[in-house]
Design a protein around this ligand. Structure first.
Ligand SMILES: Nc1ncnc2c1ncn2[C@@H]1O[C@H](COP(=O)(O)OP(=O)(O)OP(=O)(O)O)[C@@H](O)[C@H]1O
Length: 293
């Protein structure tokens, strides 16, 4: 028998999800599969549910949600041999999009049933894992405004972007040094990505690969509002490097040092996260997560 545990975020995306044993048994026959369904009740709960499933010797653990839920489940699975399945019922679904996991529920379930595994790279910021991306300044502010809107739709995401453009000039002064050779005063954006999709099929790092042992970095210094709009357009056409102020490169590790500013306002896989440390060590662990694709 194959034990599959589904960890469902009931509020992900539209928040209208019906996972029941009879429904899943239409895809996973009762004589071959044991199905367990767990529902997360609050932020971070999926971590404990995954730990419990590991102790219960699950053969496959499936994250049903968006990038935030995947982060919680996958972070707990790194270093184990248990493969992660993904049912993308979130809003942005960035990692699922990179992996070509269909948004169609039935098709996503067949991918899990096929049991085809691949190992992907995993990013880490001061030992916190990210699978899709992490970012500072504008990208963190967008997520902060998005979370405050309480509704996870594309329209709310666009409104969060517009509000973040307005907020930018009101932010406290920050000075960030990168690998001791680049110093940015009030950066507009620092974005570090493992995957090639941010969410809603948008991308700042279209050339990123989940298996190259590298992170794709996008740095945008302080720019005028007009240049911000041009940058927004370049992002929509997936060519951020067209703006001459933008620096894009790949690396396996980097260090950010906060020389001025009270904390690193950051987002990790689309969830806001304030990091008080002065120094951030960001790196990639090669092919450390098994995933069903
Ligand atoms: N029952 C719950 N109530 C409130 N928040 C929850 C609950 N269960 C999980 N969460 C939190 O909801 C947040 C958002 O989840 P998730 O990322 O899966 O969906 P999403 O934001 O709609 O999708 P995406 O990240 O792809 O845009 C996560 O931080 C998760 O920890």
């Amino acid at each position: 028998m194959i034990d599959i545990h589904f960890i469902v975020n009931p509020i992900a995306g539209s928040g209208d999800h019906s996972f029941s044993e009879p429904f899943l048994q239409d895809y996973f026959e009762a004589d071959r599969y044991n199905i367990t369904i767990k529902s997360s009740g609050y932020k971070g709960h999926a971590i404990d549910l995954t730990k419990e499933s590991i102790n219960q010797q699950a053969d496959i653990i499936v994250a049903c949600g968006g990038d935030g839920t995947i982060n919680e489940v996958a972070s707990t699975l790194v270093g184990t041999t248990i493969p992660l399945g993904i049912v993308p019922i979130g809003s942005g679904n960035g990692l699922a999009c990179h992996l070509n996991i269909p948004l169609n529920l039935k098709k996503a379930l067949y991918i899990i049933k096929n049991n085809k595994r691949t190992a992907i790279d995993v990013g880490s910021v001061n030992k916190r894992y990210f699978f899709s991306n992490t970012g500072f300044a504008f990208t963190a502010n967008v997520i902060e405004n998005y979370e405050a809107s309480q509704t996870r739709t594309l329209l709310c995401y666009i409104k969060a972007c517009l509000k973040s453009f307005q907020d930018y000039s009101k932010k406290e002064k920050t000075v960030i040094s990168i690998d001791d050779n680049i110093e940015i005063v009030n950066p507009f954006l620092i974005f570090i990505s493992n995957s090639n999709v941010m969410g809603y099929k948008m991308s700042l790092t279209p050339k990123a690969s989940l298996t190259d042992g590298l992170l794709d970095v996008v740095l945008v210094p302080r720019i005028s509002r007009l240049r911000m709009l041009v940058f927004g357009f370049c992002m929509l056409i997936r060519k951020p490097e067209l703006l001459k102020e933008v620096k894009c490169y790949q690396t396996s590790k980097l260090t950010l040092l906060r020389k001025k500013g009270t904390s690193f306002e950051s987002q990790i896989d689309g969830e806001i996260s304030k990091i008080d440390a002065k120094k951030l060590s960001i790196s990639v662990e090669r092919e450390s997560l098994n995933i069903l694709v």
